[in-house]
Design a protein around this ligand. Structure first.
Ligand code: RIB
Length: 303
């Protein structure tokens, strides 16, 4: 079995629960404030580790209380933190999240995540069969250096381009599997997408991201399921009917689960089906990091 190496962000999520989201310029009264370990990199690492994969996280926290709390949480989840760097004089990444009716809005202040360097990602040696995972909450030069090293060592690379920003050709050429949601796809493809659009519209938008290099692409569509382009074929995975209470981290759960299954030698199609079940469990719990399911829970839900 290969290992998962995630280069990514570590945040403390400060979550306000409200009955509805405020409009611009409006104040609404919330019900509760909760603190959860989060950050897309950390969430994806926790998801993979809880599903049984040997998982390492490369990242940075500040030397503060949020940093101590997130590191303690990650260690308890079984994530290898040998390449996590604590940086003095800068705050741990913090996400300000509003959750209302299961949907969220997020503002991320990167803090120490902005200091993840090319030297940080070069430190752990990758091997054939490993899976290298990253997102856009750490600096792009570090992600490119990480995937360059991963490609040279025969590891599989998974990019989750979130929060969305344009992907340059050099980085795209290093990506084996691109996993993104509807709004990220819309931004990268330069088209306006809506939940009710026909499948073909998502397929067409995803196809525009495949230029000379043709990465496999998974588009996660929440209640709608997943549309994927795998080795040139269209693959549809229906969403599972569950009552969502908080969708924060569900995309990260999907990414971590795909990585864990690929590292275990499964095909991408089968990994997508498995990750779809894992994400359906994640949305039924509050918070990002703590809502990732175990392998036993996914097996039980898959039936
Ligand atoms: O994808 C969810 C995550 O996005 C949250 O945990 C938050 O920290 C932001 O990074």
């Amino acid at each position: 079995m290969g290992r998962i190496v995630v280069a990514g962000s570590i945040n403390m999520d400060v979550v306000a629960i409200a009955d509805r989201h405020p409009a611009i310029g409006e104040t609404v009264t919330g019900r509760e404030v909760l603190y959860f370990p989060g950050g897309k990199g950390a969430n994806q690492a926790v998801a993979a580790a809880k599903l049984g994969a040997a998982t390492m996280l490369i990242g940075c926290t500040g030397a503060d209380a949020f940093g101590r709390d997130t590191r303690t949480f990650l260690a308890v989840q079984g994530v290898d933190l040998a390449h996590l760097r604590e940086v003095a004089g800068v705050g741990t990444g913090t996400a300000i999240i509003t959750v209302a009716n299961a949907d969220n809005t997020i503002v991320v202040v990167p803090g120490a995540n902005a200091l993840v360097s090319m030297a940080d990602v070069a430190a752990p040696a990758l091997r054939r069969g490993d899976v290298a995972v990253s997102q856009f909450e750490i600096p792009l030069p570090a992600i490119t250096a990480f995937f360059t090293q991963a490609r040279a060592s025969g590891a599989i690379t998974i990019l989750n381009p979130a929060p969305a920003m344009p992907i340059d050709h050099k980085l795209m050429a290093l990506v084996d599997v691109l996993i993104l949601n509807e709004s990220e796809l819309g931004l990268l493809a330069g088209v306006e997408l809506h939940e009710a659009d026909p499948d073909a519209r998502f397929v067409d938008a995803a196809s525009t991201l495949q230029t000379d290099h043709r990465p496999n692409i998974c588009v996660t569509l929440g209640r709608r399921g997943v549309i994927a382009l795998v080795d040139g074929e269209i693959h549809l995975e229906a969403a599972r009917l569950v009552k969502a209470i908080d969708t924060t981290g569900a995309g990260d759960c999907f990414v971590g689960a795909v990585a864990a299954r690929l590292a275990d030698g499964h095909s991408l199609q089968s990994a997508i089906g498995y990750a779809n079940v894992a994400a359906s469990l994640c949305v039924q719990r509050m918070g990002a990091g703590p809502s990732m399911p175990t392998a036993e829970e996914v097996s039980a839900a898959a039936g």
